[in-house]
Design a protein around this ligand. Sequence first.
Ligand SMILES: *Cc1c(COP(=O)(O)O)cnc(C)c1O
Length: 427
Amino acid sequence: MTQTVGFDTLQIHAGARPDPATGARQVPIYQTTAYVFRDADHAAALFNLQEVGYIYSRLTNPTVAALGERLAALEGGAGAVCTSSGHAAQIMALYPLMGPGKNIVASTRLYGGTITQFTQVFKRFGWSTTFVDTDDLAAVEAAIDDNTRAIFCETIANPGGYVTDIPALAKIADRHGIPLVVDNTTATPYLANPIAMGATLVVHSTTKYLTGNGTVTGGAIIDSGTFNWSNGKFPSLSDPEPAYHGLKFHETFGALAYTFFGIAIGLRDLGMTMNPQAAHYTLMGIETLSLRMQKHVANAEKIAAWLENHPAVEAVTYPGLDSSPYKDRAARIVPKGAGALFTIALKGGYDACVRFVDSLELFSHVANLGDTRSLVIHSASTTHRQLSAEQQVAAGAAPNVVRLSIGTEEADDLIRDLDQALSASQG
Ligand SMILES: *Cc1c(COP(=O)(O)O)cnc(C)c1O
């Protein structure tokens, strides 16, 4: 498939060709651990990375490979590595770049679990994170030092309301010879193309909109294939790899160096592998991604505008609203719509939020987003609970704030449900 094929075609066809053994039109679920070698020479060539093929499903599996190919096509990348979850994708994305003493510069506005991972888990690897307000480009620049190996942000930051100026961050990353890594989970490749805006790597929690139906966890890393890994900062990719007889990944594999390293070293040694059943559910979901995102956005626009005029609501953060400080940026970064994830601040603070969440009937109170079903969560008492009060406010998850993930139901039914719960919230 070439880049000239439209998104709606790629989301159905990319990575999926009739099964060579049976002609099966849908991608089969290759539920197998291992693959028979043609002979001992074939096995040796595969193990030496002299020939590309299937060895063992911790590294590669045809169902998972079809999903990787589809995601690479939708994001406009050279290759992709699928992982067991979005959190695994983040570790796997940074693993080839980092080492003890190295750091990343990350936005303060991130999914709560990501902030915890970057703060707590990184320490155990000898990595560290400098968090900065990515609207302050001078602060981003100042936070980068000789040991910085990436800038990390989210396109539409969870819990919503904030759109990142990806081209501005990409310029800074370029100037310092480091990759910009963008978590595109909440925007999806239908609404935003970080690689086209200068990002080197895109990470996803495929658990969310890509699968779209709340069935499986998964993640992915997509590489643009254009970064110069031989600039002296990334020895894992440029220097001889002892575990492959001194193979140099960048020199040998060029645009696919990062992807091959992610599979041949990352998945082989860390084992954060996506299973073929999960890949199947996600492939099924992606077939309707653009259709779902159009309805998600239309519903979110209508509901955000309605909420803004409700007397129990103090603020609505939807970046598609005229009142949003990010309206112009949203038009540039996510021109087809600012997603369907945003927060509302309620009059009556923490207690009103608890009454609101408990009164909703059509909305489900769950720790998830990006489902066809509308979802709600009180971030301060759940996903952002581990953060300090200052971190909660910086991440847009203050105690009087509730996050909505608007589904694809009838907008008027959702508005009726919100209306009765807002009345109940005011006691
Ligand atoms: C959910 C989510 C993650 C983590 O993904 P999991 O699949 O739950 O591990 C990371 N980033 C964002 C923006 C998310 O919404």
